[in-house]
Design a protein around this ligand. Structure first.
Ligand code: CUA
Length: 319
């Protein structure tokens, strides 16, 4: 199949070790600290074991050593030191958790709804997007997560902690980025056959760029479609597309059944990361979504090549 999957070159191999937000940096630092402490303990244990089996190895003709019981000083030392290490690790862990744990009663800056297998995000301004979250850099946003179906898990390794998305529950996390960039988000809880293709991007922008983006998103798609897009517009509204996909937020349901397409052409990916958003890939998707993302909710509508071409012409106008 002539399709190109979306692999963003800016995503590091182990994103957790390249944090771009205070919260992610705190987690990364804590992990490295714990790793070094454990490595130190392991080195001491290996040293003692190796010393024991070399220095105190049984030699021919040597009598059995006398068993040695009870050294209170030693016993206290090897009980107290590990206990202090464990208490200290507990302290820094709980401190880290509480520092980055928003209250569930705080007002959300963004509501994210997880679906099998895509993400929907609602801004208080009325903007609705799918699989792409724009945030202004340097601002700590409270994200509230909800699920439309099963348990998912929202995670952007370079920016924040992971958060389970549980049906019937409102969970919260802080999302923040120190510098502009595109950060890969993933679902981290197995949620069905296309769990791996439940990706999204957090696009951190300067406050000015973010404001411009938000303004553009609030601009409705034009209903005056002419030329090559006209037939696609008619097809979209006369076939079943509009039953699930909103354009211009109509029908404005919450959560939505399928991704809002008002500004589809301005997005990075199709199918929550499975395809880069190009006209050719959009045509492949429309021709048979089930061939690209089996078991996704969009059925094969058995469109003709002409219908696909017309729809692509129309959808590409939705910038
Ligand atoms: Cu959603 Cu895994």
């Amino acid at each position: 199949m002539n399709q190109s999957s979306l692999l963003n070159p800016s995503v590091p191999v182990i994103p957790s070790f390249q944090p771009v937000a205070p919260q992610a940096a705190a987690m990364s630092d804590m992990f490295i600290l714990v790793l070094w402490i454990c490595a130190g303990i392991m080195a001491v244990v290996i040293f003692l074991v190796v010393m024991g089996i070399t220095k105190y190895r049984h030699k021919e003709g040597q009598p059995e050593p006398k068993p040695y019981y009870g050294n209170h000083k030693l016993e206290i030392i090897w009980t107290v030191i590990p206990a202090l290490i464990v208490i200290w690790l507990c302290y820094i862990t709980f401190h880290g958790i509480t520092q980055y744990y928003p209250s569930d009663s705080q007002k959300a800056d963004l509501t994210v709804v997880a679906h099998q297998w895509w993400w929907e995000a609602h801004y208080p301004s009325g903007v609705v997007v799918a699989n792409e979250i724009h945030i202004p850099v340097g601002q700590k946003w409270l994200v509230r997560t909800q699920s439309a179906d099963v348990i998912h898990d929202f995670g952007v390794a370079q920016l924040a902690r992971k958060m389970d998305v549980v049906p019937g529950m409102n969970n919260s996390l802080w999302l923040e980025a120190d510098k502009p960039g595109i950060y890969l988000g993933t679902c981290n809880e197995y949620c069905g056959s296309q769990h791996a293709w439940m990706r999204f991007f957090v696009i951190a922008q300067t406050p000015e760029d973010f404001a411009a983006w938000q303004k553009a998103q609030l601009t409705p798609a034009s209903d005056k479609v002419a030329g090559s897009a006209e037939q696609g517009y008619k097809d979209f509204h006369s076939m079943t597309c509009a039953n699930c996909h909103a354009i211009n937020n109509v029908p404005n349901t919450f959560p939505q059944t399928a991704p809002d397409l008002t500004h589809l052409a301005s997005r990075q990916s199709i199918g929550a990361g499975i395809l880069t958003n190009t006209p050719d890939n959009l045509a492949l998707w429309l021709k048979n979504p089930q061939a690209i993302k089996p078991a996704c909710l969009m059925p094969n509508l058995t469109l003709s090549d002409q219908q696909v071409a017309d729809l692509v012409n129309y959808l590409e106008t939705l910038k």
